[in-house]
Design a protein around this ligand. Structure first.
Ligand SMILES: [Zn+2]
Length: 307
């Protein structure tokens, strides 16, 4: 986190601490289970997705303010020592630009004999809107290709760019096991964000892949960090990415809570496997007042913020 964002993050935390009650994941669980839980009005849970390297600094800052956050981690960063899917895309686009990214993407399509006519994406500088092209290639990788094929393409790109140019790419991008261990010792909670960061509902996973992406990550975190893991955060988190309450109940997982990114306040009536969150990007909401206004729009009883 650059200095300016650290200062801003500190300001945000101070404001949240002043106007709201920042609760823990266990508090949220108790509240949803109707256990006696006083003063839930204006309560906020802070969650962080993707296991990004700068979350370690965020965890230390929260700790300094006496706050316990919840960090959702794609377990591939721990077990496979490989980055999550969107992290590969974001870093490659930032470092190499869209042209070079698409050259690598096409080369992966050729390598794995994937239909060029169906999935090729091209970009003409000065003619095409880069944002539209990026959304298109993201949507192909997220929804149109099978999740295991998309993963192969992204790992091919990663190994031929980021990993080649930055041997410590993993530490630049993601939290290390040691950092997560320290974060749990600070009292923060952890939960899975699937294994490789895929759209769980739209992937129509086989039983084996559901175990790999949803069931096993809980055990992985519990075994590595010796903490109870009660919550899952759906990658991407929109309706098309998340199972419904009933669908997840039918899967008989051992989770108690699951988080989407639907922007709304959670009440006692919110299904515990369809929890809402308000998404906050510090760089897009560049002052504390904006953040407070956004929250006020959402909050009347109890809400969760997602960072
Ligand atoms: Zn994510």
């Amino acid at each position: 986190m650059p200095g300016i964002r650290v200062a801003e993050f500190n300001d945000h935390i101070r404001m949240l601490n002043k106007y709201y009650q920042i609760i823990t994941l266990n508090d949220a669980h108790k509240f949803l289970n109707s256990d006696p839980y006083p003063n839930v009005k204006n309560s906020i849970l802070l969650t962080f997705d993707d296991g990004l390297s700068d979350h370690y600094l965020a965890a230390k800052i929260l700790s300094k303010h006496g706050i316990k956050g919840t960090f959702f981690i794609p377990t591939c960063i721990l077990i496979d020592k490989l980055p999550a899917n969107p992290t590969i895309i974001h870093y490659c686009l930032a470092i190499y630009g869209i042209q070079k990214f698409l050259v690598m993407y096409r080369s992966a399509l050729r390598k794995y004999n994937i239909s060029m006519s169906k999935y090729n994406v091209s970009f003409k500088k000065g003619i095409d809107n880069p944002l539209g092209i990026i959304l298109n290639v993201k949507s192909i990788l997220k929804y149109k290709l099978k999740h295991n094929i998309a993963r192969k393409i992204l790992l091919y790109i990663y190994k031929n760019s980021l990993l080649r140019d930055y041997p410590n790419a993993m530490e630049i991008m993601h939290l290390t096991q040691d950092q997560i261990s320290k974060m749990t010792k600070m009292g923060h909670s952890v939960g899975p964000h699937s294994h490789t960061h895929i759209s769980i509902a739209s992937a129509r996973l086989t039983e084996k892949d559901f175990v790999k992406e949803v069931i096993n990550p809980k055990k992985i975190l519990e075994d590595l960090f010796h903490v109870p893991v009660i919550a899952f955060s759906y990658p991407f988190g929109l309706r098309q990415d998340c199972l419904t309450q009933q669908e997840l109940v039918n899967k008989k997982t051992e989770y108690k809570l699951a988080f989407t990114i639907e922007e709304a306040v959670n009440t006692k009536n919110t299904p515990s496997f369809e929890l809402n969150r308000c998404s906050v990007e510090i760089r897009n909401r560049n002052n504390v007042k904006n953040l407070k206004n956004d929250l006020e729009k959402n909050i009347n009883a109890n809400s969760y913020i997602h960072k």
